[in-house]
Design a protein around this ligand. Structure first.
Ligand code: ZN
Length: 287
């Protein structure tokens, strides 16, 4: 079983060691003992084809599984014609960059608030995603998974139910379960193994075992208020904010899952991913 652990973007330590280019990340991550890298296009898809192809080469050389985080500006439920065109563009451009690098997954935020009628807003998002998928298919980009991420704030479309609803459109839409967000938006509901198990069961019931087995996961401590997510922290403060990785690690082992786990801790995403990895490895030695 291969459980992969990796970093969202490059951590502070990478830059502190004098590195500047993401092209150096695959070798750097491999040297740390990590094997996944989520390339950040969160502020726009600006990577050139040549660079993307080179990054892909190096990732394969060092056995680093690549994914891309699509721009934050995506808003599937918008009614503004201009924003709709842009939203589609962000998704297609991310997929094209993924194709160049050989990334298997593009993670995206559905975007937008709930509006006056949350259910209607969600339906609009789902319908627009369905429309975009036609073009994705036409362009032959539908072998890359589009992972809709669970969001951290109450006033954002992206609750677990809404994400599963988007995934009901079927391939290539899958969930990206951000447990830090999920914990924040549910006021710290993820504490025990049973709490995590309920989430995994819900995914399997809605989308099948296959999707659960290969789940794309974001995990990092997220501070929250009554409105949900406030700030991403690092494992140094995780005792304050949670969630705890150990219960999830136990379930991953028991259910023989092979997820990719990307850590989004503020600045220490590689170091914290290594902590998760060691928790998982220690548990698997005990079993
Ligand atoms: Zn995200």
């Amino acid at each position: 079983m291969v459980v992969r652990f990796g970093s969202a973007g490059a951590p502070d330590s990478f830059y502190a060691q004098g590195y500047k280019s993401s092209l150096d990340m695959p070798a750097w991550l491999a040297a740390q003992g990590l094997n996944a890298y989520e390339y950040q296009c969160s502020r726009g898809v600006r990577i050139k084809e040549e660079t993307a192809r080179e990054l892909g080469e190096r990732a394969r050389q060092y056995d680093i599984k690549l994914s891309i985080h699509a721009p934050y500006y995506i808003n599937l439920s918008t009614e503004d014609p201009e924003k709709k065109v842009k939203t589609k563009g962000y998704i297609l451009d991310s997929l094209r960059a993924a194709r160049w690098m050989g990334a298997t997954t593009v993670v995206f935020h559905p975007g937008g608030g709930p509006g006056d009628n949350r259910q209607e807003t969600f339906k609009r998002a789902q319908n627009y995603l369905r429309e975009i998928l036609l073009e994705v298919k036409e362009e032959g980009l539908d072998d890359i998974l589009l992972a809709a991420e669970t969001m951290g704030k109450l006033n954002q479309i992206g609750s677990l139910d809404e994400i599963l609803g988007l995934c009901s459109l079927g391939h290539p839409v899958v969930p990206c379960i951000d447990f830090g967000h999920l914990n924040a938006v549910t006021q710290g509901s993820l504490k025990t193994k049973a709490d995590f198990a309920a989430v995994l069961d819900k995914i399997a019931d809605a989308l099948g075992e296959q999707i659960l087995q290969n789940l794309h996961i974001h995990f990092s401590p997220v501070e929250f208020t009554g409105a949900g997510e406030k700030k991403h922290w690092t494992l140094k403060e995780s005792h304050l904010y949670g969630p705890d990785f150990a219960p999830l690690a136990e379930l991953i082992l028991e259910r023989r899952m092979e997820p990719v786990i990307i850590c989004e801790s503020q600045g220490t995403q590689a170091e914290d991913a290594l902590v998760f990895k060691s928790i998982y490895e220690k548990l698997s030695e005990e079993k």
